[in-house]
Structure formats: structure tokens, C-alpha cells
Write a protein that binds this ligand. Structure first.
Ligand SMILES: *Cc1c(COP(=O)(O)O)cnc(C)c1O
Length: 454
């Protein structure tokens, strides 16, 4: 793809993001208004997002220029390294060559900073004073907290109360970067107060935290909302991962046969693989792209491709995606970032078209791979990222059996320095596999909204 090459500069940070909406094999089903069930327009999103991000959400331009201020901020940690995992290859005795794109080197420790910085910039340009968001375990909250500080915005984060109490270090990271963190449900919003009145001991959920953040943003002129995955513009910003990787592979004289990433909402996986999609679409390469999810929350492998709400309260637009049902409550596995009932519509469409494979893996197997990776490469991966490692290891073992010298590459979405309690549980033999139960799944699908379009 010649155009992509010319977009790279001498310091290797892409000059433009790659927008896969220009190259989709079939049109993307539009989001629907939760009340009217008609396609929503840009004005429906205006209370929540600045114009520039809404424009990116619906843009069909193949390349969208990265503002110089954003590229300059990316320089804090980008380009991220593409490592060859030679010691892992040796440990596995595989003829395959294993590479990983290391997004754990960002200031907040994951890929989420790539979109946090862009979102903070566009909000600042639009005259916004404060961003508000929700966070589960705290990866997204800490990325946005730093981005807001760097661009001179205030930041308020609604953190699910159970994590707020159990995971003080991510909260302290957000506070150190200058954000205000509220345990959700909180007394800051009407929805939080209503929940606390009926259930004072409520430990919260991501659905409740989203409701609180959206309410605060919609209710104040100078405040906007920010989301860390799923939306088209978030996936767009994450394409810096794959654009850099393309160039790094080219310098090495390699081209990946298999690309692997973990999927929660789908942003790190999509950001990694989408820039390789043009060759896959025009048939010049047969690259396999494998999305990995937890067997306890198997959205892409066991979900239904249907319109559903993005949250569990039913406030968001309906989006066409693979979903386990918005009322589905995944088991409390340690990869908190992968416990989402749906996934990004762009990723789901490509999965539906058969361009992307999906695999579900069990958490004990994931941690075995995480330990092997840590002991051979010296990086303790986030439990989320370890899902990708598991499948990279499985593919490398397959190569050992067949003798194939495949090039396998995965996205290391983040480090696990704040997830050591999960490692403790694994090392003590206390981790269990949470099986997905079909009866439960059917129950959750009853909550799917009925639309003509679905
Ligand atoms: C949030 C998170 C994920 C899952 O989110 P995606 O949008 O699917 O990328 C994966 N890995 C890490 C380290 C995360 O923080």
C-alpha cells in the first residue's frame, strides 16, 4: 500500500490514521436512536462529543491527518517497539518467528493512551473545559487522566465501586495525573443517587458508571464524554499501532502470516490489524487475523450479530454487533478489560464477512502462557494481553508440529504491573475457569431490543 508508506516520516510516527471505513466490503449498519429506532445523526451525538470526533465517526476518508500536537504527544512513547520474541521461540522449540508490538511502553501502560491523547486534543480545540468518563479496573481512566493533564483539561472518572475499593493503585495513578475519581454509584448524579437510595451497599457496574458519566456530560455546557473503545473514532486512533508495525516489518523484510490480538471492545486488535486489511481485501495477501476473547465472555464466537445497546441501562444508541445481550453478566475473570457483552461494530462487520477469525480461551491456559512469556521475554503482560499470547503460543506449537516457518505477530496491549493479585491467585493455584453456560446465554439474549433492522 504505497500511500501508507509515504505517510510515515523519518521519526516513524504515522502522519495520518488509517480509516477502514473507506475500504469496507459492505456498508456499516448505522447506529439507531434508542427511542425512535431510526438512524441517529451527528446532532444526536453533539451533547456528548466534539464535532471533530463525530466527523471521524462517520468519515469515509481513507487517511485522516494526525494533528501535529497529537503527534508531538505521541513522541512521549511512540513509535513503540516491535520485538522478536526469540527466547519464547526457543522455549517453544518452534520454527515460527514470533513478534510482538509492545504497547505497554505508554505512560499509562497500555494502548489506550493512543486514543486518550487524540480525544483530549479535539475536545480542547472545541473549547471544552472538562472530560468525564467511566472506568472499570482503571486502564482507560488512567490513560485519559494523563491525556487531559497534558492538554489542560479537567478530568472526572466514575470508577466502579468494587474496583475503587479493591484496586487503589490505578485510582492513585489517576489522582497523581490530576483527575477526580468518584466511586460509582456516587452522590454526584441523579442516577447514582437513585441507585444508592434503593441499594446503599451497591458495588456498582460499568453500566451504572457509564450512566453517571453520560449524565454529567449531557448536563453541563463545558463538559463532554469520552469512551475508550468500541466507537469508530477510537479504532481509527489505534491504527497507529498497525501502521508502525507495517513499516517495522518492511524494514525487517518480513510480512506477518498471522496477526493476533485480544478483544474487549476491539480497539487494540482493530488498531493492530486494520492497516494490514487492504492487502487481505484485494487478495494480494492471505494474512490470518485472529481475535482472542475469554471463554467466560465469548462475544465473537458465541454471540449473536444483532442490534443491541452499548450499555446495560439502555441509554446508548443501538449498534449492530456481536452481542451476548446487554444484561449478560460475565464471570469475574481477571482480564477485566475483556468483560464486555458486545464489541466494536467495525470489527463485528469484518468478522461477519469472514475476514477475521475469533477464538475463545480459558483463563488458566491464558495465565500459563503469561508466565511463559514473562519468564522468557521479561515482561509481565496484562491478563488481557495474555489472551493474545496464548493463541500466539498455540499457533507456534502448531508450526513446531508441521515444520512451517510462519511469521506470527501479536499486540501486547499492556503490562500487568497493576494486576499482580491475579498472578498471585494463579501462582497459588486459586484460578478457576469460568465456563460459559448456554442456558445463561439464552437468558441474556432475551434482553435484545427488537428493531426492524435487526
Ligand atoms: C482495555 C484493555 C483491553 C481491551 O480493550 P480493547 O478495546 O479490546 O483493546 C485490552 N488490553 C488492555 C491492556 C486494556 O487495558
Amino acid at each position: 500500500m504505497k500511500q501508507i508508506k509515504t505517510l510515515m516520516t523519518e521519526n516513524d510516527i504515522p502522519r495520518a490514521w488509517y480509516n477502514i471505513q473507506a475500504d469496507l466490503p459492505v456498508p456499516l449498519p448505522p447506529p439507531l436512536h434508542p427511542g425512535t429506532l431510526k438512524p441517529i445523526g451527528p446532532s444526536d451525538l453533539a451533547p456528548l462529543f466534539p464535532e471533530a470526533l463525530i466527523a471521524q465517526e462517520v468519515s469515509r476518508e481513507r487517511f485522516i491527518v494526525i494533528p501535529e500536537e497529537v503527534r508531538d504527544t505521541y513522541r512521549l512513547w511512540r513509535p513503540t517497539p516491535l520485538h522478536r520474541a526469540r527466547r519464547l521461540e526457543q522455549a517453544l522449540g518452534t520454527p515460527a518467528r514470533i513478534y510482538y508490538k509492545n504497547e505497554s511502553t505508554s505512560p499509562s501502560g497500555s494502548h489506550k493512551a493512543n486514543t486518550a491523547v487524540a480525544q483530549a486534543y479535539y475536545n480542547k480545540m472545541a473549547g471544552v473545559r472538562r472530560l468525564v468518563t467511566e472506568t472499570g479496573a482503571g486502564q482507560w481512566g488512567s490513560a485519559l487522566a494523563l491525556a487531559c493533564k497534558l492538554f489542560g483539561l479537567e478530568c472526572a472518572v466514575f470508577m466502579v465501586k468494587v474496583s475503587f475499593n479493591q484496586k487503589p493503585y490505578r485510582r492513585l495513578l489517576m489522582e497523581t495525573f490530576g483527575s477526580t475519581v468518584h466511586a460509582s454509584p456516587s452522590d454526584q448524579t441523579a442516577s447514582g443517587r437513585a441507585i444508592l437510595r434503593s441499594d446503599p451497599a451497591c458495588t456498582g457496574s460499568l453500566g451504572i458508571a457509564i450512566s453517571e458519566a453520560v449524565e454529567m456530560a449531557a448536563g453541563s455546557e463545558d463538559t463532554k464524554y469520552s469512551l475508550g473503545s468500541v466507537l469508530n473514532h477510537v479504532l481509527l486512533h489505534q491504527t497507529v499501532i498497525g501502521l508502525e508495525a507495517r513499516q517495522q516489518f518492511e524494514r525487517l523484510g518480513e510480512y506477518p502470516d498471522i496477526l493476533i490480538g485480544c478483544v474487549g471492545g476491539g480497539s487494540n486488535f482493530s488498531g493492530f490489524v486494520f492497516p494490514f486489511m487492504p492487502e487481505r481485501l484485494n487478495g494480494s495477501k492471505q494474512t490470518r487475523m485472529i481475535a482472542v476473547e475469554p471463554s467466560a465472555c465469548p462475544t465473537l464466537t458465541r454471540g449473536t450479530y444483532s442490534y443491541d445497546f452499548g450499555d446495560s441501562v439502555g441509554l446508548t444508541p443501538l449498534i449492530k454487533m456481536y452481542t451476548l445481550g446487554n444484561k449478560f453478566m460475565p464471570a469475574p475473570i481477571h482480564a477485566g478489560g475483556l468483560r464486555y457483552h458486545g464489541a466494536a461494530p467495525l470489527l463485528c462487520l469484518l468478522r461477519h464477512e469472514g475476514l477475521i477469525e475469533a477464538v475463545a480461551v480459558a483463563q488458566t491456559k491464558v495465565f500459563e502462557a503469561a508466565i511463559l512469556f514473562a519468564q522468557s521475554e521479561g515482561i509481565i503482560p496484562a491478563p488481557e494481553s495474555a489472551h493474545a499470547i496464548r493463541v500466539a503460543v498455540d499457533e507456534a506449537i502448531r508450526c513446531r508440529e508441521t515444520g512451517e516457518k510462519k511469521v506470527i505477530a501479536f499486540a501486547l496491549s499492556g503490562h500487568g504491573h497493576f494486576d499482580l493479585a491475579a498472578y498471585e491467585a494463579h501462582l497459588a493455584g486459586r484460578l478457576e475457569d469460568q465456563d460459559f453456560n448456554d442456558a445463561e446465554a439464552e437468558q441474556a439474549l432475551i434482553s435484545l431490543p427488537k428493531t426492524d433492522a435487526a
